[in-house]
Structures are given as C-alpha cells and as structure tokens.
Design a protein around this ligand. Structure first.
Ligand SMILES: Nc1ncnc2c1ncn2[C@@H]1O[C@H](COP(=O)(O)OP(=O)(O)OP(=O)(O)O)[C@@H](O)[C@H]1O
Length: 283
C-alpha cells in the first residue's frame, strides 16, 4: 500500500455511520499506478499526462477531482470510461479491469450531451430502449419528476434553457441505471445562479439515489460544496497530490467557517489563494 492509499485509510476515521458502511464495502473504482503518455504527432514530443495516479472510490461516494487546467482530469475520466487506454497501471471499475465503454457507467459532459432530435422523454428513456415499454415509461416519469422537468416531456432540447438540458442529461444517466456517473464540468457552461441551483439539486438526487459519482471541476468551491472527498491533482504530468475529506453536513453552508477552511486548504495545496492569486508555494 502506498502513501496515497495510506492517507485514504486514515481519512476514514470519524465519518458518519452511512459512510462507515460504505467504507467497509469494496471500492467501486480502484486506480493503481496509472500512467499515460500521448504519443507526439509528427515531430512533437510525447505528452506525459498522468504519472503514478492512485486512488479508490467507495460505492455511493461523491468524489470530486480538481487540478490545474490541462493537467489531465478529463483524460483520467476517459481512461475510467474506457475511451483512452493507459500506458501502464490498472483501472478497475466494479471488479473488472476497464477494457472499453460500458453501459452501466455513464458520462455527463459540460454541454451538448442531449440528442437535439429527441424530445425530453425520449432523451431520458434513451438508455432503456431494449427494456419493456412499461418499465421505460415508469423510469422516464420518475426521473423527469426528480430533475424537475415534469410538464416538459414533449419539449425538444432547443426549447430548453442550458440548465434544463443538463437536467435531461442527468435524468438520462440515472434512468439508464448507471451505477457510476462520470461528470466532466457538467455545470461549467451555466450561469452562476443556475449552477448553484444545479449543485443543490444534484446533491439531493445523489442522496436519494446512492449512485457513485466522480465529478471533475475547475471550481474548488463547487468541489467542496458537493464532495465527500476531493482529489487534488498536480500539474502535468499529474498525480494525486493530496486528497481532502469534506466531512461537513449537507446542505453545506458556504459561509460556514469549516467550509471556508476546507476550501482554503485546497487553494493552498494548489498554490493559490481564494482570490485567485498565487501564493508562490504549494505543498
Ligand atoms: N487524444 C489526445 N491526444 C493528445 N493529447 C491529448 C489528448 N487528449 C488530451 N491531450 C492532452 O493531454 C493534456 C491533458 O488534457 P485534459 O483535457 O485531460 O486536461 P484537463 O485537466 O481536463 O484540462 P481542463 O481543466 O483545461 O479541462 C493536455 O495537454 C491535452 O492537450
């Protein structure tokens, strides 16, 4: 067991009973000694993106990944989703080494994930086309309501706001019974108020559903608002520099001194202050 894994073990102490139960279960995601280099095109040098990345995620956990722009956050999700093959190391999801995309692991991207030619209900039911009609309809009704889109079932994406389109994507992922949701800056294109609302709604939905979420964001405040645990990546070639447990009750109060303290700790790990300035040191 390496130092990063050791830290994870130590971090479990003092967590709630529910989290303690989750901690006892086998991890749903295990990444060990993961390296990835993209070959250089023509005369370009190869790009070393990931270096000795290791972490694990327990069932039902909400884990955020933050790190400097371009460090490899999306690439890491792409490896876990089976879209990109690592150069070395292992990525195991639900007990199986990742070999390629899998229907029970679903991506929610920043935008343009919904099918513009399908209505809201057909988008949400898309992952259930091979299931009996009655089951599909029940799931679609349930998740349409859960994400607050009742009344918009027959609307097309062009008739919806950006936040509503993201709700369709989230509902589609949940309806398809994805065990693991990979979310890559899903709220990055939304305005500030919509983003705040979407975060609160996502936490509520996650609490009801108990799915495992791995969520990439640039936004440290967003990570601290959402996550059980934040993995802080270093600059490229990226590794997990540190992981920070966010042991705060939900919904989280953004003025709470404990929230601000966790947030500032992550800024400090990244060598920044909360105003976006650099501190000149990172640990
Ligand atoms: N398919 C690819 N081929 C070659 N290089 C790639 C490929 N995909 C990503 N890269 C490079 O890998 C590095 C990491 O990219 P990635 O998109 O994973 O970073 P990121 O941390 O998600 O960035 P951001 O925070 O800006 O979204 C970048 O230098 C990028 O140019």
């Amino acid at each position: 067991m390496n130092a990063a894994m050791d830290k994870m073990g130590g971090a479990h102490s003092g967590r709630s009973n529910a989290n303690a139960a989750s901690a006892a279960a086998s991890p749903v995601i295990t990444v060990e000694d993961l390296w990835l280099t993209f070959p250089g095109r023509r005369a370009e040098e190869p790009i070393h993106v990931l270096e000795n990345v290791q972490f694990s995620v327990r069932p039902g956990e909400f884990v955020c990944i933050v790190g400097p722009s371009g460090c490899g956050k999306t690439t890491l999700l792409n490896v876990l989703g089976g879209f990109v093959k690592q150069t070395r190391g292992t990525a195991v999801v639900e007990g199986e080494a990742v070999q390629g995309p899998h229907p029970s692991r679903i991506f929610v991207f920043q935008e343009n994930g919904v099918f513009p030619w399908l209505t809201v209900e057909d988008n949400i039911g898309f992952g259930l086309l091979n299931r009996p009609k009655a089951h599909r309809e029940k799931q679609v009704r349930h998740y349409t309501e859960m994400v607050g889109l009742s009344g918009f079932e027959k609307a097309y994406p062009r008739e919806l706001s950006g936040g509503m389109r993201q709700r369709v994507e989230i509902a589609r992922a949940l309806a398809a019974e994805a065990h693991v949701l990979y979310m890559d800056e899903p709220f990055g294109a939304l305005d500030f108020l919509t983003r705040l609302k979407m975060r609160a709604d996502l936490v509520r939905i996650w609490q009801q559903e108990g799915r495992t979420i791995l969520f990439v964001t640039h936004d440290i405040e967003e990570a601290v608002q959402l996550a059980d645990r934040v993995l802080v990546m270093s600059k490229r070639p990226a590794t997990i520099k540190e992981e920070v447990i966010v042991d705060l009750p939900r919904p989280r109060n953004l003025d709470d001194a404990r929230y601000l303290s966790v947030r500032d700790r992550i800024f400090s790990i990244m060598g920044m202050d909360a105003q976006g300035g650099t501190t000149g040191k990172s640990h």
